[in-house]
Ligand binder design. Structure first.
Ligand SMILES: *Cc1c(COP(=O)(O)O)cnc(C)c1O
Ligand SMILES: [Zn+2]
Length: 391
């Protein structure tokens, strides 16, 4: 299998790191490492036509993914999820072209599967035998599933508030589950102690370079599914930010190989009033965020008090001429039901947040009713029974 990964590059100081060794963050400045490919060679080796006969998963873009040998790919068929036009909800909310990219339809129930398929494949390729992750839930479930297929030992640390079914999901896949009193930041400290003692390889968001490579396939898919034009706006429920950073990276790479050109979608980073560090930083014109004290939201994926890659998320949103939006817990829960009742699709609360932001975006005039608007739904609703209960 031809492969094009060239090196890992620090997003702060540009220092190069060897992708043939396990890497975490920059050895010099602790910046996030990003995978770089030989894009000139990719442009020659791959055409849009080649994709037609490819597998209907994120691995259809394997030339732009970091795995060298096919036998190391750990996959459950994740990705190439549908883009659904919201023909009833769109007009109801005043939009002419409203779409839902639906990662509710993905193995393990959330888009975390994309990142973990890429990252666990890389672990397999590098001979890593033991992994650990602090998680709000879904990353743990996805890591557990892919680690099971790869024969890698998995340790998951999650807040007590994580939905019971997600804790069970990890255990079913054979992971060692530790419940933590506190947030994902507290879980992160515990995992970090084991990492320092070299007990395991740590898979924390953005402290491991390949999860974001899996996530970037969301951008490839949106481009391919819109026939290599791009929508005007992408609304994204933002937690650790791998999605926004990944999609921005995807569009950069597609432009470099000559597959897209012109205007990019504006990213709207959607957060909830219980935890909105990125939205606050964007509104205050800051390049980093402050730690969000007492983070609390039913949308567990958005309960990230200070994303490690805050500077990359903010940069990507600003470069896209995008913005941020904060919604309330109540709006979010109502929106989940509204979508379920108009479109027959029960999505996760994080996805609900993007719907809840729509009226505000119209009102503030930052999104136009004629534009092509894509809501990114990151997971399936059925894992979140509490969103269905009447208040
Ligand atoms: C992790 C998660 C998010 C946040 O994703 P990032 O790309 O890290 O910002 C959103 N929704 C769900 C369901 C998640 O599990
Ligand atoms: Zn660096």
């Amino acid at each position: 299998m031809a492969h094009f990964l060239s090196h890992l590059e620090c997003s702060k100081c540009s220092r190069k790191h060897d992708p043939n060794e396990p890497q975490t963050v920059c050895v010099e400045c602790k910046g996030v490492l990003l995978a770089r490919y030989d894009l000139d060679k990719v442009a020659k080796a791959l055409s849009k036509n080649d994709l037609r006969s490819r597998v209907g998963s994120m691995w259809r873009y394997r030339e732009l993914l970091p795995i060298k040998e096919e036998k190391n790919i750990v996959t459950l068929g994740e990705g190439f999820t549908p883009i659904l036009q919201l023909k009833r909800l769109g007009p109801k909310l005043g939009f002419k072209h409203l779409f839902l990219k639906d990662d509710g339809q993905i193995p393990t129930g959330s888009f975390k599967a994309r990142g973990m398929s890429a990252a666990i494949s890389k672990c397999k390729e590098l001979g890593i035998g033991k992994v650990a992750v602090p998680t709000a839930g879904n990353a743990g479930a996805a890591m557990s599933a892919y680690a099971a297929q790869a024969g890698i030992e998995a340790h998951v640390y999650m807040p007590r508030e994580t939905p019971e079914v997600i804790k069970l999901e990890c255990a079913v896949y054979g992971a060692q589950v530790t419940v933590v009193d506190g947030t994902i930041a507290d879980a992160g400290k515990l995992v970090g102690e084991g990492t320092a003692r070299k007990v395991w390889f740590e898979m924390s968001t953005m402290k491991e370079p390949y999860r974001v490579e899996g996530k970037k396939t969301m951008g490839f898919e949106i481009a391919e599914q819109f026939e290599w034009t791009l929508p005007d706006v992408i609304l994204y429920p933002t937690g650790g930010g791998t999605g926004i950073v990944g999609m921005a990276k995807a569009f950069d790479e597609l432009e470099s190989i000559g597959w897209i050109k012109g205007a990019r979608p504006r990213f709207v980073a959607v957060q909830t009033s219980g935890c909105a560090p990125i939205a606050k930083a964007i509104q205050d014109h800051k390049g980093n965020c402050d730690f969000w004290e007492n983070a609390k939201t039913i949308a567990a994926g958005l309960r990230v008090p200070k994303p490690y890659a805050d500077y990359l998320i903010i940069k990507a949103v600003n470069a896209s001429k995008g913005t941020s939006m904060v919604v309330s817990e109540e709006e979010l829960l109502k929106s989940v039901k509204l979508l379920a009742r108009t479109e027959g699709n029960w999505i996760c609360p994080e996805g609900g947040a993007t719907i809840a932001s729509l009226p505000h975006l119209l009102e503030e005039g930052v999104v136009d009713r004629d534009e092509n608007v894509v809501l990114y739904n990151t997971g399936v609703g059925i894992l979140y029974q509490e969103t269905a209960r009447e208040p």
